[in-house]
Design a protein around this ligand. Structure first.
Ligand code: 5AD
Ligand code: SF4
Length: 442
């Protein structure tokens, strides 16, 4: 996963496994940067590791059971190599520290998302037999001075803000990642400049609620314009945004800057006003549809995707029907569809009115089927068109085929001749299904 490091002071090799969202993947790159500076090397093979870390995500599903299973495997390795230091990082750290560290003795160190700077010393101490915990949240930590350890390639993430103050009632993020804080404007721009110089072609600005970014007088629209100005050959994207913070200034920046991708992930969560209020989402269905209208008229051809949650406490058949109706009205280009997972500490946890799991599954199934039809229909309209794509590399299915992406974030598969990752090419779309466009070099 990580490049091997020469010049290793400690001789220790670290294995990192990452779960969850892009923020978490970016955090693992930060952890890599912090440890690399101390001379650690990295391995993608657990059996050769001296330190095994698991970066956890607590947002949905039975993530805990999965992490438990992985830690079991790490401990089997620890029986073969008693010097192995095992640690959990990230969103689950605070809540599970007692269970995994004291009760079950599954880990040596537990480190929350704002305490990664302590990792080197915690690992040192753990190697000497001392268990360690660092799970405090910070109001200021942004790791602004840490250079993430990225794998080489076409695409890079830049984390520009951390935490979330929105407190949607279903979501554990404000509790596990803490309050919102933004990195300084100038260092983000400098980091993007350095990425462009290193040959990256596609940069995604990341934050749990990225469009509420603020540094002094600079808002997210200013930041997007400034990073887009760094290099016009660089594609700029962002995720993930809250409808409430989708400002006119940001819409204008996307519409008038050619290297800002015409793609917005705009999670709606539900199509029922009653549920949106219970979720504390701060917008109504009409307000959301008006925003979509405004975005579409300002940015012709823009691609819109969403997140939905099925089975929020008290969600009725009628609420679900309203979500399907909203999806048809918007005609999203894509949707991520989740079953509601109760999370301790959130307000929804207290709400009772539990929706049966089979019903959640059935509703998710209906949303997925609808979205598949919508995506197929939309993608069919691309057949015959020419699209400029950024080449990413070999496709998963065949070495003779490469993939690239359009400005609207559609994946295009095409026969490979001599195209190189990072190159822009034009392809003519020959056919399409709900997930992929298939093209030939124009
Ligand atoms: N249950 C299900 N989905 C959730 N999400 C966040 N919290 C929960 C939860 N408790 C989803 C939302 C959010 C996405 C990142 O994860 O749809 O937009
Ligand atoms: Fe969670 Fe809502 Fe914040 Fe997104 S905006 S991270 S769903 S609290």
């Amino acid at each position: 996963m990580y490049p091997k490091m020469a010049n290793c002071k400690t001789n220790r090799r670290v294995y990192v496994e990452t779960y969850g969202c892009q923020m978490n993947l970016a955090d693992s790159e930060l952890v890599g940067g912090i440890l690399a500076k101390e001379g650690y090397a990295f391995t993608s093979d657990l059996e050769t590791a001296d330190v095994a870390l698991i970066n956890t995500c607590a947002i949905r599903d039975n993530a805990e059971r999965r992490i438990h299973g992985r830690l079991g495997l790490f401990n089997a390795q620890k029986r073969r190599n008693p010097d192995l230091v095992v640690g959990i990082l990230g969103c689950m750290a605070e809540r599970l520290r007692e269970k995994f560290l004291d009760q079950e003795n599954l880990v040596d160190i537990v480190v929350g998302p704002d305490e990664y700077r302590k990792l080197p010393s915690l690992i040192e101490h753990a190697a000497g037999g001392e268990k360690g915990i660092a799970v405090r949240l910070s109001r200021v930590e942004t790791y602004d001075d840490i250079e993430p350890l990225r794998t080489e390639g076409v695409s890079a993430w830049v984390s520009v803000m951390r935490g979330c103050d929105k407190f949607c009632t279903f979501c554990v993020v404000p509790f596990t990642r803490g309050r919102e804080r933004s990195r300084p404007f100038s260092t983000v721009v400098e980091e993007v400049r350095s990425l462009a110089e290193q040959g990256f072609k596609d940069v995604t600005l990341l934050g749990q609620n990225v469009n509420s970014y603020a540094d002094g007088d600079h808002d997210f629209a200013d930041l997007m314009r400034a990073v887009a100005d760094v290099d016009r050959q660089l594609r700029i994207r962002f995720t993930t945004s809250h409808p409430q913070d989708m400002s006119d200034r940001l819409i204008e920046a996307i519409s008038t800057t050619d290297n800002i991708c015409k793609y917005i992930h705009l999670p709606v969560q539900s199509g029922s006003d009653r549920i949106l209020t219970l979720m504390n989402r701060t917008y109504s269905v009409d307000g959301y549809l008006a925003l979509v209208e405004k975005i579409r008229s300002a940015i012709p051809g823009v691609s819109l995707t969403t997140d939905t949650i099925s089975g929020f406490p008290g969600e009725t058949d009628e609420d679900h029907r309203l979500t399907l109706a909203l999806m048809k009205a918007v005609k999203y280009d894509g949707a991520y569809t989740f079953k509601y997972s109760p999370r301790e500490r959130t307000r929804a946890w207290e709400m009772g009115d539990i929706v049966a799991d089979e019903l959640k599954t059935a509703r998710v199934g209906e949303i997925l089927a609808l979205q598949r039809d919508l995506s197929r229909e939309i993608n069919q309209q691309f057949v015959g068109r020419s699209e400029r794509i950024l080449v990413e590399g070999p496709s998963k299915k065949s070495a003779q085929e490469y993939t690239g992406r359009t400005d609207t974030n559609r994946t295009v598969v095409f026969p490979h001749v001599q195209e190189q990752p990072g190159e822009y090419i034009t392809v003519k779309i020959a056919r399409a299904n709900s997930a992929t466009l298939f093209g030939i070099r124009a």
